[in-house]
Ligand binder design. Structure first.
Ligand code: HEC
Length: 221
């Protein structure tokens, strides 16, 4: 019945392409309609945490660290429950990573604390002898970009309906309100730190990158 196709290589190629493309669309398109549903209890990042996430991306932490715990006993024993898709509903982009030079960080907020991160980011070998992770001293003086984080939060709220300002979710409000909220959150973190320059900066209304980064790391649970 289809002999005419086999005798005509050009037509055969076109029909083959259309058939495979159609089948591909039928498989792929429905997935665009159903967005990953947030896991119950998953909240969008606060503006301070988002600013810390920007630092995480900027300094390429994801080049050495994954945020995806696989369903193997060796991983769940070490890191906690394996990761499920609904936990990433507010991650844009997701930071699963592709390589583990260091450990997975998806639930780091459960077992490391602000003061531990402070020591570790200043000098990793001070808390983990023999650590090959680089130090990140510049974060203690660089100031976090709260305005960009606010702009991102506002954008995902408008474009993707991320539920900021809803009941039980982080508040955005105006830029001024968001800056004040970020500073209040930063003060709580700085109070648990020992670096005097960081404390002074926060007292003067500035938020060093390390404070935003720690807010982000503490939110990974
Ligand atoms: C060159 C690779 C590399 C980069 C880049 C890197 N790390 Fe690491 N990280 C490591 C290694 C290796 C370890 C394990 C040794 C240690 O704990 O210091 C580690 C450990 C950690 C730990 C402790 C994890 C645990 O379970 O105890 C945290 C937290 C961490 N890194 C955060 C970061 C952050 C945040 C950044 C980006 C600012 C970053 N790392 C960048 C390699 C890296």
């Amino acid at each position: 019945m289809f002999h005419f196709l086999e005798r005509n290589p050009f037509l055969f190629t076109v029909v083959l392409f259309v058939t495979v493309a159609w089948a591909g669309l039928v498989e792929v398109l429905p997935d665009f309609a159903k967005r990953a549903q947030p896991l119950v209890g998953t909240k969008p990042y606060t503006v301070l945490q988002l600013a810390g996430r920007h630092v995480y991306i900027k300094d390429s932490c994801n080049a050495c660290h994954s945020q995806l715990i696989r369903p193997f006993k060796s991983e769940t024993d070490r890191y906690g429950p394996y990761s499920v898709s609904g936990e990433y509903a507010y991650d844009r982009p997701f930071l699963w990573g592709s390589k583990r030079t260091g450990p997975d960080l998806h639930r780091i907020g459960n077992y490391r604390t602000t003061d531990w991160h402070e020591n570790h980011m200043w000098d990793p070998t001070s808390v983990v002898p023999g650590s090959i992770m680089p130090p990140y001293k510049h974060m203690f003086t660089n100031i976090a970009d709260i305005e960009t984080a606010y702009a991102e939060a506002l954008t995902v709220k408008k474009v993707f309906n991320v539920p900021y300002d809803e009941e039980g979710m982080p508040k955005l409000g105006t830029l001024e309100e968001a800056k004040a909220a970020a500073l209040a959150e930063a003060k709580e973190i700085a109070a648990q730190m020992k670096n005097q320059k960081v404390k002074d900066a926060v007292a003067a209304g500035k938020i060093p990158e390390i404070v935003a980064l720690i807010a982000y790391l503490n939110s990974l649970k």
